[in-house]
Design a protein around this ligand. Structure first.
Ligand code: ACO
Length: 436
């Protein structure tokens, strides 16, 4: 953190002494005002529900310029990474700060590949779930359960242990997601196969059966790999902040990642791609493109409670750069599968066109986010809708663990403990039951 020459002064209208607050500059992005001594010196907290103006940490992993619609992993634009690198190179970059050279890439790939199997006991744990349980409920449980297998061997203060936990998580997430899916449909689990790519292996574990091999299509493999890259990290979003907060107590890293999975499930976050596809299917059932106008009127009516899912973002006030890449991938996949006339894709395009021209959306700077098209791609690949958020969790695991490891290695790290503005009853006495 570079101190700025500029200082902020906080003054009070009641004559209390004013306070000078240091300001720090990042490499790019807004400066931050350091309020750490505020409470000690003034006895006051800041109030910022939803962290609209609060930087909770310093980080060198991911940078977003929401106004420009820019996303950088370790300084590299997402558009360049999506075209020039694969997901495992992206993972290496997020974890280590630099893109791997050929040897580093091969070593990293081998290391991930060698950790893709999960303990056989996980199958029995999975059996405890109802077959119709939501995959995110299952994933929260499975990822949390990994902590039981690696607790004694994981010292969070040991950098090597943190690194191996990262590899294990990245390697095992596809296996767990595929197992959760196979359990739902009542098919035998398919073990990982080491000569396949990360995405190819996942596709096979999802769609092969013991009696029929799955032939991995390079277009689908690349599309899935791109979905993984685009979802790999997104700085201090709700689930990442959850992982950091959970991990700040020094808990087992697998347990902290399970907390991230739980947070991601919500429809305002990772659950949006599932919600978006369900919305498209509902409009299609109502009459499709012809009903878009009617649906948009509901969205604009504040009393309806209807939102255009896949639109809007806390940080992006411009087109989400991931949405553009996802739209491209969507076209490629539909073409590969002979689904160019897919009615949901047409519907999505019609909704997007209207929304981008409509005053309601323009005035509020609401643009498509990554989830607007990712659901259509996943559905075309054959991934069932309730599994979409689990795929997101799989891809985001590297971001979570990179951010968690960054936090623990940071000498300024402390247990996270927000304060509050208390508005409940002041101190009072308990009355005996008869007098209440
Ligand atoms: N449809 C209709 N109106 C919307 C939408 C939407 N999708 N998103 C925001 N608005 C409106 C709000 O009603 C509000 O209007 P107002 O100023 O007249 O009251 C204004 O735009 C600002 O919205 P907020 O909810 O205050 O914005 P916030 O930053 O808190 O929310 C969020 C961002 C949660 C993503 C929101 O845009 C949303 O619910 N979108 C739909 C869900 C979605 O797609 N989520 C995915 C996020 S990306 C991800 O997690 C990968």
């Amino acid at each position: 953190m570079t101190p700025s020459d500029v200082k902020a002064t906080l003054s009070f209208s009641d004559g209390s002494p004013s306070m000078e607050l240091p300001i720090y500059k990042g490499t790019i992005g807004p400066d931050v005002i350091d309020i750490r001594k505020l409470y000690g010196q003034t006895g006051k907290f800041t109030y910022d529900p939803g962290f609209l103006s609060t930087a909770s940490c310093n980080s060198s992993i991911t940078y977003i310029d929401g106004d420009k619609g820019e996303l950088l992993y370790r300084g590299y634009p997402i558009e360049q990474l999506a075209v020039n690198c694969d997901y495992l190179e992206t993972c290496y970059l997020l974890l280590n700060g630099e893109l791997p050279n050929a040897t580093q890439k091969a070593d990293f790939q081998a290391s991930v590949t060698n950790h893709t199997m999960v303990n056989e006991q996980m199958q029995f744990f999975l059996r405890g779930f109802r077959r119709d349980a939501h995959p995110m409920a299952v994933m929260t449980g499975l990822v949390g359960a990994l902590s039981a297998f690696y607790h004694d061997s994981t010292d969070i203060n040991n950098p090597e242990h943190r690194e191996i936990a990262a590899i294990r998580l990245i390697a095992k997430m596809p296996t767990l997601v595929a197992m959760a899916y196979k359990y739902t449909v009542g098919q035998p689990y398919i073990y990982p196969k080491n000569d396949l790519s990360y995405a190819g292996n996942f596709l096979r574990m999802m769609f092969a059966t013991p009696c029929e091999e799955y032939k991995v299509s390079p277009v689908i493999e690349r599309a899935l790999d791109r979905i993984f890259i685009l979802h790999a990290d997104h700085e201090q979003n709700a689930s990442t902040s959850t992982v950091r907060l959970c991990g700040s107590s020094g808990t087992n890293p697998f347990a902290a990642i399970a907390a991230g999975v739980a947070c991601l499930w919500g429809p305002a976050h990772g659950g949006a791609n599932e919600a978006c596809l369900n919305m498209l299917e509902d409009i299609q059932a109502m009459g499709g493109v012809a009903k878009v106008g009617e649906f948009m009127n509901q969205v604009k009516d504040k009393n309806s409670g209807v939102r255009l899912m896949g639109f809007g973002h806390r940080v992006y006030k411009n087109y989400d750069p991931r949405a553009k890449l996802m739209q491209e991938t969507c076209k490629e996949v539909l073409q590969e599968l002979g689904l160019e006339n897919d009615p949901l894709f047409k519907l999505a395009m019609a909704l997007e066109k209207i929304a981008l021209e409509d005053d309601y959306f323009v005035a509020r700077k609401l643009y498509p986010n990554v989830d607007f098209y990712s659901g259509i791609v996943q559905r075309a690949i054959g991934i069932p809708v309730p599994l979409f958020t689990a795929i997101f969790a799989l891809a985001r695991t590297v971001g979570w663990i990179a951010q968690l490891n960054e936090m623990i290695a940071d000498p300024e790290y402390k247990i996270g403990r927000p304060r509050q503005l208390f508005v409940g009853s002041a101190k009072r006495d308990v009355k005996p039951l008869a007098q209440r």
